[in-house]
Design a protein around this ligand. Structure first.
Ligand SMILES: [Zn+2]
Ligand SMILES: [Zn+2]
Length: 176
């Protein structure tokens, strides 16, 4: 079965990308994966924007096969193409103040100080997202090998205030 984009028929599905419910009637992206528990396939649902960010390749397949026009298709496609070109971007799962002072930055391999801004990472493996550490914000552009980090952080950290995002933006060193 092919990946798909279609309106949610109920409000029961939860987005794999952000963990929030998908409202009834909202467009959702379905990635078809082998069912880990039984014969056949299972469909994993995402908000379209979350799918474009976190599952760029199957999302682009679904977008090109969509039977009806998808609103914002152009910008969604640009997000997904960015993720295909720079695959680490799909690992971005928001930002936060480091809670413990015990994590090691996956880019520079030094400790992340308690309270410092960090970008959370997830890895997709065997049909699941696994929490996978964090990077310093100043290390982010070098780690992701890309510049468009901030909008992706914002997408997966909707609770951050504008002032927080400004701080993060200031800390993001240019990619080298
Ligand atoms: Zn979502
Ligand atoms: Zn670092």
């Amino acid at each position: 079965m092919a990946h798909l984009i279609q309106p949610a028929t109920t409000a029961r599905s939860k987005c794999r990308g952000c963990g929030e419910r998908i409202a009834a009637g909202a467009l959702r992206f379905g990635e078809v994966v082998p069912n880990p528990f039984a014969e056949g396939d299972a469909t994993q649902w995402f908000h379209v924007a979350c799918g474009a960010h976190k599952r760029p390749e199957p999302f682009l397949e679904a977008l090109s096969g969509a039977s009806e026009p998808v609103p914002d298709a152009e910008s969604l496609s640009a997000v997904a193409q960015g993720g295909v070109a720079h695959p680490r971007l799909a690992r971005i799962d928001g930002a936060e103040h480091d809670p413990s002072g015990r994590a090691t930055c996956r880019h520079c391999k030094t400790r992340i100080e308690k309270g410092a801004w960090r970008i959370r990472l997830v890895y997709y493996e065997d049909g699941r997202f696994q929490p996978s550490g964090a990077v310093h914000v100043p290390c982010a552009r070098a780690y992701f090998e890309a510049d468009d980090v901030l909008p992706r952080v914002r997408h997966f950290a909707p609770a951050l205030a504008e002032a927080d995002l400004k701080e993060i933006e200031t800390l993001l060193a240019p990619a080298t």
